[in-house]
Design a protein around this ligand. Structure first.
Ligand code: G3I
Length: 345
């Protein structure tokens, strides 16, 4: 005998099955869920299948930094970045660019080049102009300047700031110049300032907010603030994040979570305790919840997606397991938490 299943149950079941990925859940609410990727891994079927299934936005982890883009003063190497753009295009994803001005990942010819202020200024103009024009129409938003402030709110000493630096007038000299150059090179790209360890408030947060206020007041083209969110347990609450995000959105800026990971203590095999994994899941949930609560929070990205490829173990001895998928691309409690908050509507 044939049992008839009411259509409403079929529809509900189809919805439940349909929304089992972060990407589907995000797209159902017109949200962008992204991750940092490495071009060399895009040919790995397990990596690329998970990436295309779960995310609708990607950002190169290193391929659009000076060290990769500028192997020598007179040559640009766009191939790795282009491979990421191509992957995004063929999988219906958008691309976030990272990063035009930073003190790390700088090629030796630039770091040790003893350039004058005038020469540095010309190099910055050439770089921003060439890179933004190359990726115009392919990269919708850029981290124009990355990590320009110290924890105490002072400006970080970098090759752009003081060796000899760009020397433009005003406290935000080289930043202002970079944002103006970026707007001129690609008027359609959204321009972000991106930083870490200010998400819970404090002196660095106040300094970035003061810069954002000044830029808005004087018409310096700044569209958004990237909250990196490299977290450990206890370092941030959803309420704190929402509060600091709203301080920027009140100025008319967008905010995005750009580099989310939550590092945990791990054993020699790289494994975290079930208790810590549960706490990690809770924190992931709080972060995405805060972003969804703030209307101008327009995307959330994790810094990689599988524990197989994460910067954490190489940088923080004894820590790891920071991402939503394990080393075998299996979803962790953090994934379930992200998914359930994205699904809640
Ligand atoms: O590709 C070379 C390889 O050829 C060489 O043999 C090897 C030897 O060290 O180095 C490889 O390059 C490394 C590169 O990552 C690619 O894996 C660099 O040494 C290493 O310094 C680089 O680290 C990256 C770092 O930024 C500096 O660019 C991390 O993967 C990346 O996760 C990290 O990302 C930053 C964000 O851009 C800004 N916010 C903080 C975040 C974490 O530090």
């Amino acid at each position: 005998m044939k049992t008839l299943i009411p259509p409403v149950l079929i529809a509900a079941a189809a919805l439940a099955v349909a929304a089992q990925t972060l990407r589907q859940a995000a797209e159902a609410r017109h949200f962008h869920i992204g991750t940092a990727v490495q071009a060399r891994l895009l040919t790995d079927p397990a990596y690329s299948a998970t990436l295309a299934r779960e995310f609708n936005q990607i950002q190169p982890e290193g391929e659009m930094k000076w060290r990769v883009l500028r192997p020598s003063q007179h040559a640009f190497n766009f191939a790795p970045g282009d491979a990421i753009v191509k992957f995004a295009r063929s999988h219906g994803m958008r691309v976030r660019g990272h990063t035009l001005v930073w003190h790390e990942a700088v090629p030796a010819w630039l770091e040790d080049g003893h350039f004058t202020s005038r020469e540095m200024s010309a190099l910055l103009r050439e770089h921003i102009d060439t890179v933004l024009k190359h990726y115009a129409g392919s990269v919708y938003a850029w981290d124009v300047v990355n990590e320009a402030f110290n924890e105490d709110g002072t400006m970080r000493s970098t090759l752009w700031y003081d060796k000899p630096g760009i020397g433009a007038p005003g406290p935000y000299g080289y930043l202002e110049r970079a944002f103006r150059l970026a707007r001129a090179a690609d008027p359609h790209a959204l321009l972000f300032y991106n930083d870490y360890n200010f998400e819970a408030g404090g002196k660095k947060f106040e300094a970035i907010l003061a810069m954002a206020r000044d830029f808005k007041k004087r018409g310096v083209p700044l569209d958004g603030i990237g909250f990196q969110c490299h977290l450990k347990l206890g370092s941030l609450t959803g309420a704190q994040l929402e509060h600091t995000m709203r301080a920027f959105t009140a100025l008319g800026l967008q905010v995005q979570v750009t580099e989310l990971d939550v590092r945990l203590p791990v054993n020699a095999a790289g494994q975290a305790s079930p208790e810590d994994l549960a706490q990690q899941a809770k924190l992931y949930g709080e972060v995405v919840h805060a972003c969804l609560d703030v209307p101008a929070c327009t995307a959330l990205q994790t810094w990689g997606f599988s524990d197989r490829y994460s910067w954490i173990p190489g940088k923080f001895h004894g820590f790891g397991a920071a991402l939503p998928f394990d080393v075998n691309y299996q979803p962790k409690p953090a994934f379930e938490s992200l998914l359930s908050v994205l699904l809640k509507g």
